[in-house]
Design a protein around this ligand. Structure first.
Ligand code: CUA
Length: 366
């Protein structure tokens, strides 16, 4: 018996330690956890957070009252060893009506702000909102700014203080767009456009993530939102617009006019224009190794296969949020895409180390 008690005591001790460790682990400030909905940074998330707080504190009041009544009853009416058997009661209509009516009233009261908030989250902003089209792909995010005629991927820049209106679809399978600090979670479909909106309050980098299982690299389908000052955003837009190659007169298609590096290869018109504008080794590799078949470095061009690479040089992450955008990681990603993200559409192109580094250096300038 004594042994069994000791075992119970050590088990209780272990459980208490575990519970305390869990409690302490959850004690950091919400701002340390970037994908936390408890750290709202926009009007949209603040609205949801307020609702959450109302519900949380109401639940806390209910918990404290119910537990207090329970503890009081247990202690006050505790049976003694020689007490007679208590009177047996089967049902009490008054009590049952009370404990059905009170929760029903609480739920009805909660439903009012909840339903109101749900409707607000589905509003589509009017006026001066920044329009952004979001397209989910396996496994990256495309962002289009129809008001500016610009396209980018995986890193969405927005100005602070201006409402952003997102319209979202997917190119392939179901994905789910989740931007915890600025907006909510919304599934994206092929045949149906879903919407979200938010106004970023302060400058910063806000992580987002796909939250619908969408294939082998679902976990590596992240994105970043960069909130910047309106001035900073205008500069970003200007930089993306500048990624469009200046119109260059393309020479008449005679063999002698063909750039020598391209002799005997087929290229698209876009490729030819780019090459005329930039004949560095990196630019030539970008064309000859086939990158140009899926990627554009021009933010005004829709390619639709691979992510648009305009602004890639200054993005914080590459491979849809999976790798930090360092020269070494960029070269590794270009050279061994299937090792970095198994299953992505980007094939191994058989690049040498030197070629991968040259391409990385070339992309760094864009
Ligand atoms: Cu896209 Cu999971």
């Amino acid at each position: 018996m004594a042994q069994r008690n000791a075992r119970w005591r050590s088990l209780a001790g272990a459980l208490t330690t575990f519970a305390l460790a869990l409690f302490v682990a959850g004690c950091g400030p919400a701002s340390d956890y970037k994908q936390s909905t408890l750290d709202p940074q926009s009007d949209f998330t603040r609205m949801i957070h307020q609702l959450y707080q109302v519900e949380y504190y109401l639940a806390l009041v209910v918990f404290v009252l119910v537990e207090a009544a329970l503890v009081y009853v247990v202690l006050r009416f505790r049976g003694k060893p020689d007490d007679p058997e208590p009177e047996q009661v089967h049902g009490n209509t008054t009590l049952e009506v009370i404990w059905t009516a009170i929760p029903a009233l609480i739920l009805a009261a909660l439903a009012v702000p909840t339903v109101k908030t749900i409707f607000r989250t589905y509003e589509v902003p009017q006026g001066d909102a920044l329009q952004v089209e979001v397209i989910g792909h396996q496994w990256w995010w495309e962002f289009r700014y129809p008001q500016y005629g610009l396209i980018t991927a995986n890193e969405l820049h927005v100005p602070t203080g201006r409402t952003v209106s997102l319209r979202m679809i997917t190119q392939d399978v179901l994905h789910s767009f989740w931007l915890p600090q600025l907006a909510a979670k919304r599934d994206v479909f092929q045949q149906r456009t879903t919407t979200l909106w938010f106004t970023a309050e302060k400058e910063g980098l806000y992580p987002g993530q796909c939250t619908e299982f969408c294939g082998i690299q679902h976990g590596r389908m992240a994105f970043q939102v960069v909130a910047q000052s309106p001035q900073g955003f205008e500069e970003y837009v200007a930089a993306l617009k500048a990624s469009a190659p200046a119109p260059v007169p393309v020479p008449a298609p005679t063999d002698s006019a063909k750039p020598t590096a391209l002799a005997g290869t087929t290229t698209t018109t876009l490729g030819a224009t780019t090459l005329v504008a930039d004949s560095t080794e990196g630019a030539q590799l970008f064309m000859m190794k086939g990158c140009v078949g899926c990627h554009s470095l021009d933010a005004t061009k829709v390619m639709g296969i691979g992510p648009n690479l305009a602004g890639i040089g200054t993005r914080k992450y590459i491979a849809a949020g999976w790798l930090e955008n360092t020269d070494a990681n960029l070269a590794k990603w270009i050279q061994h895409p299937q090792d970095v993200k198994t299953g992505v559409l980007m094939p191994n192109l058989g690049l040498t180390d030197a070629e991968a580094q040259t391409l990385a250096a070339y992309l760094r300038q864009h």
